[in-house]
Design a protein around this ligand. Structure first.
Ligand SMILES: NCC(=O)N[C@@H](Cc1c[nH]cn1)C(=O)O
Ligand code: ZN
Ligand code: ZN
Length: 476
């Protein structure tokens, strides 16, 4: 049978089973596998077991790798979720593809402003709303659905597949880097390509392939002022307040133009070369739609090239929150005794995590010295992940481009991504092979945000691209 004929059968099979795929995603979304919530760790374990059972039902050999314990801020220890290592096929004559994905999700609660229950997949106008629908349960399940479709069509699978599915990605992939290093000469030896579907198109219509990611350095600034919370009427104006110190420090980190104010932070950022500047001009990107997706009236930069550069090739600093601060409704006249400020810096070529860590420590120390405060202040790099860049002309990218053309009838843009998948570089280093980012979700999916969703059309077309990608990559 020609590949065109098989593709027709594959696409029909996938289309005919749309309902089953939505039900499967709904079952996965119903498990609130939030890695950042320690009390939800059993749910993360349940998600691992759910996926293991699904994989085993497809004849994938599954091994669970223990990656140790997580030490929480209060000193308690919590078991890290096992990493799923799956092996599908072991034919020496076939190429071997490693598929990485994650089963944990960002926190979500209706009170954050969701229109529906975040852990109940809700279909409205062709969109599937639910936490993890696009990040990253939808894409992970898509890969597995495609394997099932090949089986049901009695079609030999074109490649061997090795799965690495973790459940701490949204919390810095703790334990995974060491695991991959230990697997270099065993599970990861002899692989040919690595592919990751855990990112989004640049727009809503046009597919893309990505060859770059920013890294991340996530910091905690801990300020402690007293042994207990205090009445602001009795003590206000007489003691050095922890929150006042913390806000003073946090307000010195970034200016209103998004420029990071930490001395030396831009020193290692790669210079923009004329050839690179040209790349941004060729990319399809709708600035108005971007603002609309963010729900803002005005972005810092106005032109397309500048926005893309500030997403992909310049660092950014975001203030995320303050643990221990009063954030309830109403008024509470308290002086919090202990607050932890959280911020992250997205890092780009050629910034080094160790340099960033030193510069941030120095900056906080300088600001605090000027304040003459007796409070205990410490800075901690909670987790760090490197930036990553690959060669978009590599044959694996050519294979994925062909697959995209078959399904979408259009060449994908070759783009980068402003977010981070910290383990991508480790895969590249430990396998020595090309890594491809193959996004299937749309730019407005709202990962990490309220009302995260995955379009049914992206789910269906994403599986089709994955199905054809396996054939194309088998040939290169
Ligand atoms: N889909 C990728 C993603 O969302 N990655 C996270 C990774 C991360 C790192 N620290 C906390 N989360 C991201 O925020 O980019
Ligand atoms: Zn993700
Ligand atoms: Zn995410």
């Amino acid at each position: 049978m020609s590949s065109e004929d098989f593709n027709k059968r594959l696409f029909k099979y996938l289309d005919d089973h749309q309902k089953d795929y939505i039900q499967r995603l709904s079952d996965a979304v119903a498990i609130p596998s939030v890695s950042a919530w320690p009390d939800h760790r059993p749910e993360v374990f349940r998600m691992v077991q759910w996926t293991k059972s699904f994989m085993e039902s497809l004849g994938i050999a599954v091994e669970l790798a223990d990656v140790g314990e997580q030490k929480l801020a209060d000193g308690t220890k919590l078991k890290l979720p096992d990493v799923i290592l799956g092996t599908y096929g072991n034919d020496k004559l076939k190429k071997t593809v490693v598929i990485y994905g994650h089963l944990d999700v960002q926190p979500a609660q209706v009170s954050d402003g969701w229109d529906t229950e975040p852990f109940v997949l809700t279909e409205k106008n062709g969109k599937l709303y639910g936490r993890g629908s696009t990040d990253d349960k939808g894409p992970v399940i898509s890969w597995l659905n495609v394997i099932e479709a090949y089986q049901k069509l009695n079609e030999p699978f074109p490649v061997n597949v090795k799965f690495v599915l973790e459940s701490m990605e949204e919390y810095g992939s703790e334990g995974l880097e060491d695991l991959l290093k230990s697997l270099k000469n065993t599970f990861l030896s002899g692989v040919d390509y690595v592919v990751i579907s855990d990112s989004y198109w640049l727009g809503k219509e046009k597919p893309c392939l990505q060859y770059g990611l920013r890294g991340i350095c996530y910091f905690f600034i801990d300020v402690e002022s007293s042994t207990k919370d205090l009445h602001s009427g009795c003590f206000g104006g007489t003691i050095h307040e922890a929150m006042t110190d913390l806000i003073a420090v946090m307000s010195t980190l970034v200016d209103d133009q998004g420029r990071i104010l930490i001395d030396g932070i831009y020193d290692e950022v790669a210079q923009l070369l004329p050839e690179e500047a040209e790349i941004y001009k060729r990319i399809t990107f709708d600035v108005k739609a971007y603002s609309a997706e963010a729900g803002v009236d005005k972005t810092i930069q106005q032109d397309k090239e500048q926005i893309l550069m500030h997403r992909w090739r310049y660092p950014s600093l975001t203030l995320h929150g303050i643990q221990g601060a009063f954030d309830g409704v109403g008024c509470k006249t308290v002086i919090p005794r202990h607050v932890i400020g959280k911020f992250s810096i997205r890092i780009v070529p050629n910034m080094k995590i160790a340099t960033i860590e030193k510069l941030v420590e120095k900056h906080v120390k300088n600001v605090m010295e000027k304040r003459n405060s007796p409070n205990k202040v410490s800075v901690k790099l909670e987790h760090g992940g490197d930036y990553w860049l690959a060669d978009p002309n590599h044959p694996q990218y050519v294979a994925a481009r062909r697959a995209t053309v078959v399904v979408h009838g259009i060449e994908p843009d070759l783009t980068r991504e402003g977010g981070s998948i910290p383990i991508t570089l480790t895969f590249q280093e430990q396998t020595g092979k090309n890594v491809l980012l193959l996004p299937i979700g749309a730019s407005d999916d709202g990962a990490h945000s309220q009302n995260e969703k995955f379009d049914v059309s992206n789910y269906m077309n994403g599986m089709k691209v994955m199905g054809v990608y396996f054939q194309e990559v088998a040939r290169v």
